[in-house]
Design a protein. Structure first.
Length: 409
């Protein structure tokens, strides 16, 4: 079959009937969840389109598998392949803590300029969750992906470059508040107007397209006034310039009637965590910076049952380039034991199908997951403490999802 490439115009994907899409298997439990996910996506596409469409998958390498093959953790060929084919699916990749290689996830996002990490969070009936009313959580998080301290511009205590930075801060910039000169590591926190506004623009367009009731800008601008405070200010500037007709802005007018406009809020990051727990219906789409978004995404996932069911996509909305990935780690402690929960990657596959415009197949995947969870059937991480639940391994869970897809009317 000849190679058929996705193409993009102004960020809008145009998908041939038999597109070529790369995938990264991942480390740890990666192989156990990636292979069945590919098969489930194929099953949904076959069911939805009666064989008239099909994804041609091909593997590219990152992480341990890449290092064993090439001596590199992230070969240039992998990045080039994803850039060429626009869209990829990725299993979890390990990142050492406190040393070793930098995060491969961060490297992929930065090299491909995948500036928006999009994390939908919802509850599935049948899943035990810590909230009394988890069904009230229906949130899509837009996390800036390329800036902030999370992007990894750091300098280790005792290094020559670290001393240069410290001397520059004290002697040239007259910063006299360093608590422990000579005994500190440093991280640089870049936050740009361009990076902030393109993220918030994408979140606004998503809210409009999907008829979401609100957008919340989350920041710590009361303390970090020139980075997170600027993110907030640039956000309001953009919204008032480009989306004024579609929005109401909290505090600038009285609470509006329900007339179809998007309600714009802002929250200080620490207050947002409380507000999400106490008033989850206030927040529908969230736009925030990189590190805040990391915390918020996992907290929101925990509210509905954990990161094991939380999908994610890293997207450049101008180019259409995207990587859809499992949002959890590599879980080496259960690798090879048929215990891994593939739901995060399966639902990320649903996001991939939506991104390329194959919505019927995406719906079939979500419906199959809903049907199993409603019956309280799933892996131990979700149902071990649920009375009457049917605990199944990775393989059986995938087989049951496939059966559900094939039998949806």
């Amino acid at each position: 079959m000849p190679e058929q490439l996705l193409n993009s115009k102004n960020g809008k994907i145009h998908t041939p009937a038999f597109p070529v899409i790369p995938y990264i298997e991942g480390d740890g439990i990666g192989a156990e969840i990636t292979r069945p996910t590919l098969e489930l996506i194929d099953c949904a596409v076959r069911k939805a389109y009666n064989g008239q469409r099909k994804i041609q998958w091909f593997e590219v390498f990152a992480g341990d598998k890449a290092y064993r093959r090439t001596g590199e953790w992230l070969p240039a060929e992998t990045v080039e392949a994803i850039e060429k084919h626009l869209v990829a699916l990725k299993g979890p990749l390990k990142t050492p803590v406190g040393g070793g290689i930098r995060s491969l996830n961060v490297a992929l996002r930065r090299q491909l300029d995948l500036y928006a990490c999009v994390r939908p969070v919802r509850w599935f009936q049948g899943i035990e969750a810590p909230l009394k009313e988890p069904h009230l959580v229906d949130l899509v998080i837009f996390r800036e992906n390329t800036e902030d301290v999370y992007c990894g511009i750091e300098f280790m205590r005792g290094a020559a470059d670290t001393a240069k930075i410290e001397q520059f801060l004290m002697n040239e910039m007259h910063v006299y508040t360093l608590p422990f000169p000579g005994d500190s590591s440093y991280g640089i926190k870049p936050v740009s107007k361009t990076g902030s506004q393109r993220l918030i623009r994408a979140a606004m367009r998503y809210a409009i397209e999907h008829r979401r009731p609100s957008l919340t800008l989350v920041h710590k601008g009361n303390i970090m006034k020139f980075t997170e405070g600027a993110f907030r200010n640039w956000g309001f500037e953009l919204i008032e310039k480009e989306f004024q007709k579609e929005c109401y802005i909290e505090k600038r007018i009285n609470q509006p009637p329900n007339c179809g406009k998007i309600y714009i809020r802002e929250r200080i990051a620490d207050a947002f965590f409380q507000d999400m727990l106490l008033n989850p219906t206030r927040h529908s789409v969230v736009a925030t910076l990189n590190l805040n978004g990391d915390y918020i995404s996992d907290m929101a996932a925990a509210m509905v049952g954990g990161v094991g069911i939380a999908p994610g996509g890293n997207i450049n909305f101008e180019k259409g380039t995207a990587i859809f990935e499992a949002t959890h780690g590599t879980a080496p402690d259960i690798a090879g034991q048929n215990k891994a929960n593939p739901t995060s990657l399966v639902m990320s596959g649903k996001m991939l199908l939506q991104h390329i415009g194959w919505h019927r197949a995406a719906t079939l995947i979500e419906q199959s997951v809903e049907s199993l969870f409603r019956e309280r059937t799933g892996t131990a991480d979700l149902f071990a403490q649920t009375p009457g639940a049917r605990i199944v391994g990775t393989t059986e869970f995938a087989e049951r999802l496939r059966f559900a897809i094939e039998n949806i009317d």
